[in-house]
Write a protein that binds this ligand. Sequence first.
Ligand code: GLN
Length: 500
Amino acid sequence: MNAADLPALNIAELQLLLRRREISPREVLEALQSRIAEVEPRIEAYLSIDFDDAVKHAERTDVSLPLGGVPIAIKDIISVAGQPCTCASKILRNYRALYDATIIRKLRAAGAIPFGKTNMDEFAMGASTENSSVKFTRNPWDISRVPGGSSGGSAAAVAADTAFGALGTDTGGSIRQPAALSGVVGVKPSYGRVSRFGLVAFASSLDQAGPLTKTVRDAAMVMNAIAGADPQDSTCLNEAVPDYAADLGRDLRGIRLGLPKEYLIEGIDPRVRAAIDQAVAHYDSLGAEIIDVSLPHTEYAIASYYMIASAEASANLARFDGMRYGHRAENPRNLFDHYGRTREEGFGPEVKRRIILGTYVLSSGYYEAYYARAQKVRTLIRRDFAEAFANVDALISPTSPVPAFPLGERSADPLQMYLADVFTNAANLAGICGISLPCGFATMENGTQLPVGLQLLGKAMDETRILQIAHAYEQSTEWHRRRPPLETGNFQRPTSNVQH
Ligand code: GLN
């Protein structure tokens, strides 16, 4: 195989060639390096890349392992020993991780090679990657648009074939939504399925890490490697990990798919709606039974999510005080000046907004009215899902109400940005699992084709089921074979009035 064609392979295809020793892990890294040199200036998905370190690991890797020799890109909120871990924040600009997160250790044990850290919204707060303090990442399908967020760098890298697969994190949609907007597969595991040891915490009752990949099988392969108990994370459940990849091939006859009526609301882009309707019809033709269900508290999910996520963020981000990690203000007058200026200089506007919102909803006098009430709503949302899952195996919906939006279009309006998660954040509140996979394209006025994502939600710890349902769809359609039109034409940076 021609080295220039390697980066277009998915993980399963690549691993087969490695295992047969038709290529070496080092050749794979070299092919990836030239692809990145060619494409990355247009996409800007990476914050740091360390090929020398990757080559060192590649030389020792055992290609007969499940991910033996496969390079994986890592969101810059996950610790990789010796590598920067900045969360795309100025406050951690010079910080390097001292140890591997458990999921990195597990990836390495499966033979994978972490080689680069991807761009993201600062501390994972956002839905477009525009809140990165470093740079914008561009959507490979149209570089004037966002890749989604907060794991936008991971999604864009996989879509642009500058990563075979990537890890992201999802607190309210940050794996699924960028997967949808960038045309790749993204899995948010159930709460407790994957260890968070070594991840920088955003909202501890919601955060989960998971894969972004080119196919459902690849996502299952990465899940096999990263899922499972961890004595260093007490929130990680001590339950056996199924072989997700081996269990993929179940047919769909008799499967019951719930269509939540609250998720097919006005405000969904008609092109997204059309793709979802077609996907539902396709599932019907595969033998699945489509059942109307109701999740009556859906309309309160966003409000409840932003209270709880911000409250938890305000507590988690208290550790960035200039003492132990990262940026430190110069010549402080006293301790308070030190804290105040360190945080003033180190955090970007969205992070400050969340901390202020979070401390407000937790403060005495407002606690009952906001935070405690949001927790009650959370219970109702959990119950909605429990009732729906009594009748169906999985729920089906759009991942995002709109395709990728232009850079700058929503960044001035936080509320508009928060609405990007309207179909995703209830799953985090309920602790259930979800996947987004490509299900069609929206043709824009200028003829550009943008990917549309289909979301499947499953019961807690029922990842096997949603992966099977996703796989059956993917394998009987062609959407996952389309690649973004990055090769055509001469690249010109789009002129926009967006300033960073
Ligand atoms: N967009 C949501 C937020 O800004 C979700 C982010 C995430 O899942 N990390 O909080």
